[in-house]
Write a new protein. Sequence first.
Length: 91
Amino acid sequence: MRSAILNPFKSLFSPTRREQYVEHYVLRELRKGRAFAEILEDPYVLAWSTADERARLLERPDVVAAVGANAIADLRASLHSGRDGVTSPLA
């Protein structure tokens, strides 16, 4: 109750509990290595969030970091797979 008195606008800018649940779900699925676009199409995400709420996920630092980590992992994997079976044109 005291925090509401200190900052009466806090609730206007903080995510709802439902948004937090969706964010936790998205983060868990990203840690499994799934693509962000694929996760956004999951029935759970579609049922529990609006299009605007899904768009705002990319404003959350934890989600952005997880998406970036997946992108880097994908790039590293493609670099490693490229080295294994491809001969250099200079060789």
